[in-house]
Design a protein around this ligand. Sequence first.
Ligand code: ATR
Length: 281
Amino acid sequence: MEKLYGVIGDPIAQSMSPDMHNSSFKALGLEATYKAFHVTPERLESALEGVRGLGMGGLNVTIPHKVSVMKFLDEIDPLASKIGAVNTVVNENGKLIGYNTDGMGYVTSLKEILQEKSLENSSILLIGAGGAARAIYFSLLEEGVKQLDIANRTVENARTIINGQPSSLSKAMGLLEAENDLHAYDVIINTTSIGMYPNKDDIPLSLHNIKSSTIVSDIIYNPLETRWLQEARAKGAITQNGVGMFVFQGALAFEKWTGIYPDIDIMRNAILTKLGGTHKC
Ligand code: ATR
């Protein structure tokens, strides 16, 4: 019998996840379908009951439910607990297990462009201290890095994420302090929505102090190249947009549901076709 998967969010109409997962089911010849479901916060609990009742294979969870969904699940994976958010639910015979593949999706995409450089020798700066920053921070910690700092408008929010880590590994700072110290980092990651459509002229901070070999990475994929990434490229940086993170978080979720790691290029093409772009990411 065909297995049903889906994504829940509010709003949800713009989601590209159905294109990405359905193209993979089709390529692998799996009898499965993935749909987008508009679920408002008041309906979240009953939606999760529906997953059990209908015997759905699993879900992706997006804004605004990534934190609130946790109380309706039977088990939370340790990394998702540390992050404090779930983006993937697996239905194991009525038992709902929550995972977070956002951060590891990002880490996988970063490894693609690091190539011969290693994460363990990298000094990394995250910009922003919201949910995406938390997911990336704790996933990078799992991998082991030389330095992992967080710069944020509200320094206290960066401190809250770092809380408990040794000061030799992580420090919190404001955006101006980060701007002055950018030459100290091998990888600089924007985890905020600054520069996302329709506010395409905004940038999270000035890049005037970066080294030319720096990797500058933006989790935004609409536009495919933010103004910030354009500036980074002009300064000789290696740049990366958010398509990779989106595709790999989907691939890791797909693997949790089916046991099969899907063809990344098929997923990436589904997204790029949807975005109408031709950029390699
Ligand atoms: P998400 O959960 O999707 O990562 P979020 O919780 O809204 O998004 O977090 C957004 C992050 O971007 C926050 O760190 C926020 O800074 P504050 O902690 O000071 O609120 C940062 N951010 C958003 N808009 C910003 C802006 N215009 N200037 C500076 N920082 C901004």
